[in-house]
Design a protein around this ligand. Structure first.
Ligand SMILES: Cc1cc2nc3c(=O)[nH]c(=O)nc-3n(C[C@H](O)[C@H](O)[C@H](O)COP(=O)(O)OP(=O)(O)OC[C@H]3O[C@@H](n4cnc5c(N)ncnc54)[C@H](O)[C@@H]3O)c2cc1C
Ligand code: SF4
Length: 470
């Protein structure tokens, strides 16, 4: 799909901070990146100006400020969240989302606060790479040829082991074709790129392209995630005739605020907030009438009773989601499944990924914090507190969809797949521009860093072309 997951992502656009690139120096775990914040900062800056992101200058050491458009003000449920968080000692700042709150150029409109970003924006005020990058590139100068409905099977190589192009399946006629290129840039997402590389076996690359060190697919890691919701009786019977419009996402969030020296787990997490006057919900997993049990009301009913419940309780549930940093482990990996192929006969991936206590204790801390915040809002926690047997509600690896690290970068070809410019150690005309090269994840969502790194790699490729190195 053109634009991949940025068609329906959350648009939370956070920079990694200086500590995130050198966390091994702080706690001895994982590996440092071969680059620092200063190497990537100019690209974050360019991205902010080119794509647009709202936020606020906060001068927080590990949550660097960018070039921000004005942030929308907190809505009522977010004001309650701020109140609860303050009591729990948790920092709250305006969120940082790639949505235009001010005009950036003539191709894109300004957000009119319809809160429907997940249905795609008719004004192109939100960022999706399809509308903001690909369509303008195709219309702009005829420099781009698109091959849609095409599935890359392998990177083809020559006798010297260099890439010569790709072979791909046209999903319409189901035939295989070849494309030739001076270099190959893979951006199929961390796991799909690992799959392509592992499937690209040749005499020169018997373990798959870029895999002489047996690291392709390894060090796969996702963000940690756990959530909780609370019912806030003070938010019942809300008037609906005042303006509570907003973007289709959070207006405030809590960046990591703690010092790990005082905690029993490494790294941190941030908190995303949800709630407000969305469409009243009823159905699987949520029956608004259930909330009656917390205020001595009658649970159940339909017709007028259900309509009345939907109105009384609308906007009275506030939820939180923690998204944190896990430690990259060599044995957490994806690899080719020797028994299973897809409909085109291409071997698929199988996964081996286990959380450790580092991540479990982080989830425990999330749950304790969420409960404190809900109580601080004057709210009642919904559902039971997840137990140790339930890993304190820690979601399964892969569920947060921030998979990174499968072609990690490093200076040593024995322990890494790409160098600091996301260039394969084993074939210098192959580059990876998704989250594969991430050495570690940080307690932030990964996409702003994927894009900044991709821009840096593009500059590098142009320079290498000019020097005739590739
Ligand atoms: C619901 C949701 C919410 C999210 N919210 C956020 C957020 O708020 N902030 C954030 O930072 N991140 C968020 N993410 C994560 C974010 O979407 C991803 O990190 C990001 O899109 C990854 O970009 P990518 O280009 O590497 O991969 P993708 O977006 O997955 O794009 C890869 C593309 O390659 C194509 N492809 C794959 N294999 C092949 C092949 N063999 N041949 C040809 N093409 C191929 C795919 O079809 C796709 O178009 C969210 C993800 C989801 C699903
Ligand atoms: S809320 Fe989202 S979909 Fe609506 S105008 Fe703003 S960016 Fe577009």
């Amino acid at each position: 799909m053109l634009g991949g997951r940025t068609n329906h992502w959350g648009r939370i656009s956070l920079r990694f901070g200086p500590d995130d690139f050198k966390h091994k120096d702080i706690d001895g775990l994982g590996e440092n990146w071969p680059i620092s914040y200063d190497d990537i900062k100019p690209y974050y800056d360019r991205l902010d100006k080119m794509v647009g992101v709202f936020g606020s200058k906060e001068k927080r050491r590990n949550d660097p400020d960018g070039f921000f458009l004005p942030a929308p003000k907190p809505r009522l449920h977010e004001l309650y969240y701020i109140k609860g968080a303050k009591k729990a000692g948790v920092d709250v700042i305006p969120s940082r989302l790639s949505i235009l709150t001010k005009k950036l150029n003539n191709d894109r409109g300004v957000c009119f606060y319809c809160a429907q970003c997940n249905r795609s924006c008719t004004a192109y005020a939100d960022f999706s790479s399809s509308s903001v990058f690909i369509i303008p590139a195709v219309n702009g100068g005829g420099q781009v040829d698109l091959y849609v409905n095409s599935m890359v099977r392998t990177v083809t190589t020559n006798d010297e082991g260099k890439a010569t192009g790709v072979s791909f399946i046209n999903k319409e006629d189901r035939l295989e074709y070849k494309l030739k290129g001076r270099s190959v840039v893979l951006g199929a997402s961390a796991c799909s790129t690992a799959r392509i590389l592992l499937n690209s076996k040749s005499k020169q690359h018997p373990n798959g392209l870029g895999n002489s060190s047996d690291n392709v697919g390894r060090y796969l890691h996702d963000s940690t995630g756990a959530g909780r919701a609370g019912f806030v009786p003070a938010l019942m019977n809300r008037k609906t005739d005042y303006n509570e419009d907003g973007v289709g996402g959070l207006h405030v969030y809590s960046p990591w605020w703690q010092d790990n020296k005082k905690l029993d787990f490494p790294r941190g997490y941030h908190i995303e907030v949800w709630g407000g006057l969305g469409m009243p919900a009823y159905g699987f997993g949520f029956n608004v009438s259930d909330l009656n049990k917390h205020i001595g009301g009658e649970v159940g009913g339909y017709g007028d009773k259900l309509r009345d419940d939907a109105k009384r309780f609308r906007g009275a549930v506030v939820g939180m989601a923690g998204r944190g940093e896990s430690i990259a482990m060599r044995d957490n990996r994806c690899e080719l499944d020797s028994d299973v192929v897809d409909q085109f006969g291409i071997p698929v991936l199988r996964f081996n990924y286990k959380w450790s206590d580092y991540e479990r204790y982080q989830a425990k801390h999330m749950q304790e914090t969420f409960e404190e915040i809900i109580h601080g809002m004057g709210g009642i926690t919904l559902g039971d507190t997840p137990t140790e047997e339930q890993d304190w509600g820690l979601l399964k690896p892969g569920q947060i969809i921030h998979e990174v690290g499968t072609t990690r970068m490093g200076n040593d070809p024995k322990t890494s797949v790409t160098n600091k410019f996301c260039q394969l150690h084993d074939a210098d005309n192959v580059f990876v521009v998704d989250a594969g090269p991430f050495t570690s994840q940080a307690d932030k969502n990964c996409t702003w860093t994927i894009m900044a790194l991709a821009m840096r790699t593009s500059d590098f490729i142009i320079e290498e072309y000019k020097k005739k190195n590739i």
